[in-house]
Structures are given as C-alpha cells and as structure tokens.
Design a protein around this ligand. Structure first.
Ligand code: ZN
Ligand code: ZN
Length: 358
C-alpha cells in the first residue's frame, strides 16, 4: 500500500465526504515522493491529486506514481473543482504547519464554496503515526544516505591536521557528500574542535585544530528525501587521561543505550540508561536528549528523551547520541542511528567507535 493510500485509510476511514489537504513541503514529499517548494496534495477516498503549478507540473507528471498530477493556474479554483467532483464537504488541514494567516485564508476560500475546514490535529496525528514507522523502502533510503555519510567520514580523517580550520573540514565533508550523490547535506554540519567541543550545536568557524584537541563532527547526508545523522569525536596527537575517561564514559553510555533498545518500551527508559551512566561522574554535563527520529526530517518522532512516554515499535529509526560537554574545556558526542526491531535493534551505522587518535 502506498503512503497516500495508508493516509486515506487511516484518516478518512472510507468517508467520501471528507478529504485531507496536505500543504507542507515535507509531507507532500513524504506522500508523493516529489520535491517541490510549492503546491498541495489532496487526498480523497476515491483518489489523490498532487496539485502543481506550471513550474513543477511536467516534472511531477514523469516522477509521481502514487497520485494523479494536476496542473493549476489558480489553486483554489482547482481545489473547488476537485472537491465538488468528489462530493467533499469537510477538509482536514495540517494545523501544525499552517500559519494563522494561511488558516484564515483557507477558511474563507473553502467556506465560499461550501466546504468546512477541520482544524483538529487529526491530519497531523495521522501523518505522525505513519511517518514514525519506516517501511523497508524508507529504511533502505536512510541506509543509502548513511553510506555517503560514512564514506565522507573516512575521506575527512587525513585532512585533520594541526592548523586546519573547522570551516575547512566542514566544507570538505559537504563537498565530498554532494559530489558523491547526496542531494544535500542533511543539516548545517557541525565540526567543532578543542574548547568549541562543549558547544553541542556549534557552528564551524575559523578555529584551527591543535594537537591534543578532540574534534567532534556531527554530519549527515540527504538522499532521495531521506536523512542520515552520525557524530564521531576523534583526537589529534594525544589525549589526556581526563579526555580518555570522558570518551570512554560516553561510549559506554551509548553502547548500553543501544543494547537497551527494543520494541515495547517507553522511550524515556532508553534515555535513562545512558543518562544514569553519565550522571555518575559528570552530573549535568549531558544537557540534551539521547536521540530523535530520522526520516524525511532530520528531527522527527519519536524522541529518546526524559518524559517521552511513546512506546517503541519495530520500524522506528532513532538516533542514540549521548555526549559530555565540559564548558571551556572540550566535549565528546557519539551518535549512531538504529532501527527498532522486535527484540532489539539494527544499527544503521557501521563506522567504528573506538577512539581514533590521528
Ligand atoms: Zn547528529
Ligand atoms: Zn542527531
């Protein structure tokens, strides 16, 4: 069953008087497979339509298989025509994605042709329920994106030398990924060295790598609409006993958490496994959540986080990324992506994790 069919089944439950209008770029792409910055996707019980303007209609007509591509000059006219054709009188909207102005505009336009809009979270909930469980095809796409990420990691190691800047390393990784098939980088890559390592989401700058630094690289590729996400921390020259201890603690926490992943447990319990190990010696130094879902967005559901009651299910793809950040000194983070299975998980990351000292 296609993503569009699954959404129709889950949300509309055979009620032909209802339809869903998917407006956001990410969900349109999730459902149709087609990237376009503009347009809409109308899902009815009798069929689905990807509405595209002149700029995208031809390309979409070649690429899209799961719904009918319809070119429009005036979106609202075309929507009215289709809604009337299918006898729809109520349309679900993605309330999480709409601006207040858009919601008002849709309300006015739809009311004018006798259709009510539904601003309950029903469509958002249905999309989340679908997207949170990856199909084998989606998992393969994430693996393909991860293969580029790992090749980029191997590629960058010889570049890590005294005097090279964070920005130079980051650009080299990006150039490698994009010239080896990535559609884009999955997010603004993070390369931080030395003291900057305690900035979990630091921006690569002009700081130069020095002997004795930890260099943390949080990188990922975007391929065919799916993201990958991996962090490795490596050292240059030598490491102090304290650096070694921090690295070993993060690694131990990460391995223990991965070992704890399986279907049927609340997400917060996985976070706790890693957190408990780190808190013993480094209280308060692991200030973010353990992990996040990865798919058509780099950060999606579920979350391995304190308070997350979501129960793990087979097919969820989640990162496991504990870290220790010592302000003004250094930081270490190690991140893999895993897919939850019935009795454990499959690690989608094969890059080694023993401390690399270059
Ligand atoms: Zn990451
Ligand atoms: Zn991540």
């Amino acid at each position: 069953m296609t993503h569009v069919e699954r959404l129709a089944q889950k949300l509309l439950k055979g009620d032909s008087s209802c339809a869903a209008l998917v407006f956001s770029e990410r969900n349109r792409r999730y459902l149709s497979g087609f990237p376009a910055t503009d347009g809409a996707l109308l899902v009815t019980t009798e069929g689905s339509y990807l509405l595209m303007d002149f700029r995208y209609a031809e390309a979409a007509s070649y690429a899209v298989k799961d719904c009918q591509v319809v070119e429009f000059a005036n979106l609202y006219q075309k929507l009215e025509e289709l809604l009337k054709k299918h006898g729809v009188c109520r349309v679900y909207l993605e309330t999480q994605m709409l601006s207040v102005a858009q919601a008002q505009l849709f309300g006015e336009k739809f009311r004018a042709f006798g259709v009510e809009i539904d601003l309950s979270p029903a469509l958002d909930d249905a999309l989340m329920a679908l997207r949170i469980i990856k199909t084998p095809e989606e998992i393969q796409k994430i693996k393909d994106a991860q293969a580029i990420t790992e090749a980029a990691f191997d590629h960058i190691l010889p570049f890590i030398k005294e005097g090279v800047t964070e920005k130079e390393l980051s650009l080299e990784i990006e150039f490698f990924m994009r010239s080896h098939g990535a559609e884009n980088v999955a997010f603004d890559l993070i390369v931080v060295t030395g003291k900057n390592g305690s900035l979990c989401h630091g921006v690569p700058g002009d700081t130069r790598v020095q002997k004795g630094d930890f260099i943390t690289m949080d990188t990922g590729a975007l391929l065919d609409g799916y993201h990958s996400d991996m962090t490795r921390t490596v050292a240059l020259g030598q490491v102090s006993a304290e650096q070694k201890k921090v690295y070993d603690t993060v690694l131990q926490a990460q391995l223990a958490a991965i070992d704890a992943v399986r279907a049927g447990v609340p997400c917060w319990t996985i976070d706790k496994v890693a957190r408990d190990i780190i808190e013993k010696d480094y209280p308060g130094r692991f200030g973010h959540s353990l992990g996040h879902g990865v798919g058509v967005e780099i950060h999606e559901w579920p979350r391995f986080a304190k308070g997350s009651e979501t129960i793990t299910e087979p097919g969820m793809v989640v990162t496991v990324e504990p870290g220790i950040y010592l302000a003004g000194q250094f930081g270490v983070r190690i991140e893999d992506m895993v897919v939850v299975t019935e009795n454990g998980c499959e690690n989608l990351t094969s890059c080694k994790k023993d401390l690399i000292i270059l």
